[in-house]
Design a protein around this ligand. Structure first.
Ligand SMILES: [Zn+2]
Length: 104
């Protein structure tokens, strides 16, 4: 049985690899941005994924995949709604902490 932390770490590796693969396939993608349908911010296309008609940035893909893996929700609409009312703020904050650690 994996801990939530292990699942989160695995997902971070998988989602980061998606981003790196996109950049390897098309290095110019680094300069391409779009407005994420989940967080609403202008984000790099690299590592973005479309789910059910919503295009999510790499950060939100991580939230989505982690949420699915931890069974916090089972469809993308739930995540989109949750981002609006911040019900998943706890999870998001946890990931932000991890990001800070990774960037140091
Ligand atoms: Zn996003």
């Amino acid at each position: 049985m994996k801990s939530e932390k292990q699942i989160v770490e695995e997902m971070q590796a998988v989602v980061e690899q998606m981003r790196l693969d996109d950049i390897e396939d098309n290095p110019d993608i680094i300069d391409e941005t779009f407005e994420c349908d989940c967080c609403g911010q202008s984000k790099c296309l690299a590592g973005s994924i479309e789910y059910d008609g919503y295009r999510l940035c790499n950060d939100c893909v991580l939230l989505a995949e982690t949420g699915f893996a931890l069974k916090k929700f089972d469809n993308i609409q739930t995540l989109i709604d949750a981002m609006e009312d911040k019900r998943l703020e706890g999870l998001c904050d946890f990931l932000k902490e991890e990001e800070k650690r990774a960037n140091n």
